[in-house]
Ligand binder design. Structure first.
Ligand code: PLP
Length: 379
C-alpha cells in the first residue's frame, strides 16, 4: 500500500501526460512556454480569481507575495503554529518577523481568538507593526476565512491564504485560492494537485498586483524592456514541462480525483468512528484531503500504532511532530510551549493515514481493521 500513489495516477493518465511532455520537447520552449499560460488561465478559472501567476514552488509564491506587498523589517506576519515550515520561514526571507499563533483543536487551523490575542500583544509591545495574516488550509480544509477576514479588516492588515494543501477545498461554493487579498499554492508532487518536480502559483484579483508578481518572478524586469530591471525580484518561474504535466492532472483532479478523495475520507471516517478521533469538517467546509489525519491518545500509543501498521505494510506519517514555535531556526525567540497548548497536544497525537484518489475500498478496510485490532490489544 502506498501513502500517496503517484504511480497509479501516472498509469491512469499516461497517454495524456506523455503527449504533453513530447509536445514541450518538440517545441523546445522550456521556460514560460504556451502550456504555462494555458495552465494559469485554467487555474484562475478553477479557483475563481482574476489572475494566476505561476512560479517555481510554493515557498517562492509566499515570498513573492510578501515582496509585492512590500513587507519587510519591522513587520509582523502572523501564521499558524501548526504548518509546514515555509508558512513561517517566508517572513524572515524579506526581513519580516513571523509570529506563530495557536490553532483551533477541531480543525488544526489558525484560531481566530488566539490570533486576535497575538495581534493585541504585538500592539501592546509596540516593537512590530501587524501587517499580514498568513492563514494555512491545513490538510486541505480551508481556514476560518469569515472570521479571519473580519480581523484583517479590523486591524487593517493583509490576509494571505496559503492554499498549498487547500487547493480543491472550498467553503460553500467558494474555492480555496480565492480567500483573502491574495493566495498561493504549491505543486510539490505530494500536494493535492502535484507536478513531477517543484512548482507553485499565486492568485490575485488585482491587475497591477498580477503585473508586479510577473515582474518579480523574472528578476524584477520591466514589462516593456526585458533588459531593464526596475525592481529586485527573483528567478522563480514554472517550467513548461511541469505545466504540461499539470494540465491533464488538473482535468483528472476536477473530473474524478477530488470526488474519489471524498469517498475515501467518508469510508475512513465511518470505519474508524469510536476507535480514534477522525477529522472534523466545519459545516459547509469541504476538504481537498491533502492528508487524512487521525488523533490517538498520546505519543506512546501513536508510535506503537505506527509500528504495528508498518509491520502490516501500511505506511503512515506524522504531520507535524513539532510546532513552528519549537523550530530550532526560531530558538532565539524563546517561545513558551504554554502559549501553544493545542499545537503541543496535536503534535503528540496526530497520525496521517494513506490517502490518495486511487486507494481501493479494500485498502481502507485493511487500514481501519488493523487500527481496530491494535486498539483491542491495548487493554
Ligand atoms: C508544501 C507547503 C508549502 C511550500 O511549498 P513548496 O512547493 O514545497 O515550496 C507552503 N505551505 C504549506 C502549508 C505547504 O504544505
Amino acid at each position: 500500500m502506498e501513502f500517496h500513489d503517484l504511480a497509479a495516477q501516472y498509469a491512469a493518465l499516461k497517454p495524456e501526460i506523455d503527449a504533453q511532455i513530447a509536445r514541450v520537447i518538440h517545441k523546445g520552449h522550456y521556460i514560460l512556454g504556451e502550456q504555462v499560460e494555458e495552465l494559469e488561465q485554467k487555474l484562475a478559472a478553477y479557483v475563481g480569481r482574476k489572475h494566476c501567476v505561476s512560479c517555481a514552488n510554493g515557498t517562492d509564491a509566499l515570498v513573492l507575495l510578501l515582496m509585492a506587498w512590500n513587507v519587510g523589517p519591522g513587520d509582523a506576519v502572523f501564521t499558524s503554529d501548526f504548518t509546514f515550515f515555509a508558512s513561517a520561514g517566508c517572513a524572515p526571507v524579506v526581513g519580516a518577523t513571523p509570529v506563530p499563533v495557536d490553532i483551533d483543536p477541531r480543525t488544526f487551523n489558525l484560531s481566530p481568538q488566539a490570533l486576535e490575542a497575538a495581534i493585541e500583544q504585538v500592539l501592546r509591545e509596540g516593537k512590530l507593526r501587524p501587517r499580514v495574516i498568513l492563514a494555512v488550509d491545513i490538510f486541505g480544509q480551508p481556514a476560518d476565512y469569515p472570521q479571519l477576514e473580519a480581523i484583517a479588516q479590523k486591524y487593517n492588515m493583509l490576509l494571505l491564504e496559503d492554499a498549498a494543501q487547500g487547493f480543491g477545498g472550498r467553503i460553500g461554493p467558494k474555492r480555496a485560492g480565492s480567500f483573502g487579498h491574495a493566495a498561493t499554492t504549491s505543486f510539490f508532487p505530494a500536494k493535492p494537485l502535484g507536478c513531477y518536480g517543484d512548482g507553485g502559483a499565486l492568485f490575485t484579483d488585482d491587475d497591477s498586483e498580477a503585473d508586479l508578481l510577473r515582474s518579480l518572478r523574472s528578476q524584477g524586469r520591466s514589462p516593456e524592456d526585458k533588459y531593464d530591471n526596475r525592481l529586485i525580484g527573483m528567478n522563480s518561474r514554472l517550467d513548461t514541462l511541469q505545466a504540461g504535466i499539470l494540465l491533464p492532472k488538473l482535468e483528472a483532479f476536477e473530473r474524478y480525483e477530488l470526488a474519489a478523495l471524498d469517498k475515501v475520507a467518508r469510508q475512513y471516517t465511518e470505519l474508524l468512528q469510536g476507535l480514534v478521533e477522525t477529522p472534523i469538517l466545519l459545516e459547509n467546509y469541504h476538504s481537498a484531503w491533502a492528508q487524512y489525519s487521525i488523533l490517538v491518545e498520546n505519543a506512546a500509543q501513536r508510535s506503537a500504532l505506527q509500528k504495528h501498521l508498518k509491520a502490516l505494510g501500511i505506511p503512515t506519517m506524522i504531520y507535524y511532530p513539532r510546532g513552528i514555535h519549537q523550530q530550532t531556526a526560531f530558538a532565539d525567540r524563546h517561545f513558551e510551549d504554554a502559549l501553544f497548548p493545542h499545537t503541543c497536544s496535536i503534535t503528540q497525537r496526530v497520525l496521517a493515514l494513506p490517502m490518495h484518489p486511487y486507494l481501493q475500498e479494500a485498502d481502507v478496510e485493511k487500514v481501519a481493521e488493523s487500527i481496530r485490532a491494535f486498539l483491542q490489544t491495548q487493554f
